[in-house]
Design a protein around this ligand. Structure first.
Ligand code: KIV
Ligand code: ZN
Length: 501
């Protein structure tokens, strides 16, 4: 099955969405899935249907809303999971069940309290059961990175014999060294009967910062499907970043390996996922970070002016970065705003466009030049319209030698509530006032991060908050030119996630 095509399985909506704070609602997942289709991914891992009714429903709706990619649903090696996954996939034009089980001695002993033979039998049963629903069955050997190669080869061979069309070798804990992982793949190709008839996949995590290197080694040793996410988001330190693999293969044409990725859609997709998931991209992130194409030292700038190839191996336009993009101001019209949003992967029409345009004008009055980061924030705030608890007003006084005090008005499902409280600063006073209104909640703030985007004192500040409620962590985000308002909005964003549950 070795060819020159590298299949891209995007798991942003499954492994990525598992990350605390990155949860999306069904409408947002459909938006991402449609963007992934335009990006050219071959397989969309849309969710883990048995995990919640919301996940089930999202797989159903994503299946209806995209045409070309295979829609893949994850399961454990459990009949109920597989039955539910098959049901969730019923509208998919191309469907796949992804089932599997932990195969390392560590997982066998501590997770399953079992033994190698039992695990092998369970794996085979799961693949055979999945085959009764769909033709395309992918088998994963969880923690393959730490699984003994000889045993791994036996399990993979048995899964292929049971009907698996794709076999996935995950480095679940991001443990392997690149050469070690490459050797593991090579070993499987040399020792598994029937491996040449199926697609071999890899799924690498970034715990030691080696996910991309391991994925590349796997490709060089015969893997033809890679499991990746946008911006590398995913469980713990994340997964291999889609944009890195796509651009590595593009920048090294002599490898003669191609993907179906339309690389000009990379940047808009990255921005869309970052904005919808409220997950900032680190400025120095390869390919999509704010500084990925910024040349700051004098020597580099001098080289760039002489010839771009001195310090630029990728043309920013190739990943969809429009470096000539004009700065928007209060004088920019609806068409310019619409165009800019669309280059960031966000579509606004008619009434929605009018609404966002009004918000844009309000912001442009406060902050003269509006850049892409500001726009993504505006789009994020716009999505908060449907909140169950809304901020009606907030007033506070603070200063030197006086006790900070805040009064707040909340609209909770149409009913108005007001409270006043003091605190050790205006933020603390406002949060205490909210707590007075919602007196029955056992919530505890776990983290509060305040960041400005650019430099000036007129800048928008971004606030990320984590709140624990009944043992679960919830993540909230907001942005405003007023730091206290932004914090209160982010706090309410968090609370809305559990009150509307
Ligand atoms: O990391 C992992 O092993 C996984 C599997 C479920 C494929 O996410
Ligand atoms: Zn994973």
């Amino acid at each position: 099955m070795q060819s020159n095509k590298i299949y891209i399985l995007d798991t942003t909506l499954r492994d990525g969405e598992q990350v605390p704070g990155c949860q999306l609602n069904t409408v947002e997942k459909i938006q991402v899935a449609q963007q992934l289709e335009q990006l050219g991914v071959d397989i969309i891992e849309a969710g883990f249907p048995v995990s919640s009714p919301g996940d089930f429903n999202s797989v159903v709706e994503i299946s209806k809303s995209v045409t070309w990619p295979i829609i893949c649903a994850l399961t454990r090696a459990i009949e109920k999971d597989i039955t539910i996954a098959a049901e969730a996939l019923k509208y998919a034009k191309h469907k796949r069940i992804h089932t599997g089980i932990g195969t390392s001695d560590n997982h066998i002993k501590y997770k399953f309290n079992s033994n190698r033979e039992e695990i092998l039998e369970t794996a085979v049963r799961a693949v055979k059961y999945a085959k009764t629903f769909v033709e395309d069955v992918e088998f994963y050997a969880e923690d393959a990175g730490r699984t003994d190669n000889e045993y791994l080869a036996r399990v993979i061979e048995a899964a292929i014999k049971a009907g698996a069309t794709v076999v996935n070798i995950p480095d679940t804990n991001g443990y392997c060294l690149p050469q070690q992982f490459g050797d593991k793949i090579k070993y499987l190709f040399e020792n598994v009967k029937g491996i040449d008839k199926v697609v071999v996949s890899c799924h690498c995590h970034d715990d030691l910062g080696m996910a991309t290197a391991n994925t590349m080694e796997a490709i060089l040793n015969g893997v033809r499907q890679v499991e990746v996410t946008i911006n590398g988001i995913g469980e713990r330190a994340g997964n291999t970043a889609l944009e890195e693999i796509a651009m590595i293969l593009k920048c090294h044409p002599y490898l003669d390996l191609q993907t179906n990725i339309n690389t000009q859609k990379i940047y808009p997709t990255s921005r869309m996922v970052s904005s919808l998931m409220n997950m900032p991209v680190q400025p120095n992130k390869a390919i999509v970070g704010r500084n990925a194409f910024a040349h700051s030292s004098g020597i580099h700038q001098d080289g760039m002016l002489k010839n771009k190839s001195t310090y630029e191996i990728i043309d920013p336009n190739d990943v969809g970065i429009d470096d000539n993009s004009i700065v928007l101001t209060a004088r920019s019209g609806r068409a310019a705003l619409k165009h800019r949003f669309s280059s960031l992967g966000i579509k606004y029409e008619n009434e929605q466009l009018d609404n966002i345009y009004q918000k844009f004008l309000q912001l442009a009055d406060k902050k003269k030049e509006i850049n892409n980061d500001d726009l993504m924030i505006l789009a994020g705030i716009d999505r908060k319209h449907n909140h169950h608890i809304k901020l009606e007003f907030l007033q506070f006084t603070s200063g030197f030698g006086i006790k900070p005090v805040a009064s707040i008005g909340l609209n909770i499902a149409g009913e108005k509530f007001e409270a006043c409280a003091t605190g050790n600063g205006p933020v603390d006073a406002a949060i205490n006032a909210i707590k007075k209104i919602l007196s029955n909640r056992q919530m505890q703030m776990k983290e509060l991060t305040i960041q400005s985007i650019n430099k000036g004192s007129d800048d928008i500040c971004k606030v990320h908050i984590q709140v624990e409620n009944e043992g679960r962590l919830y993540y909230g985000f907001s942005a405003n030119t007023d730091v206290v308002v932004a914090t209160v909005e982010a706090y309410l964003d968090c609370i809305n996630k559990f009150v509307s549950h």
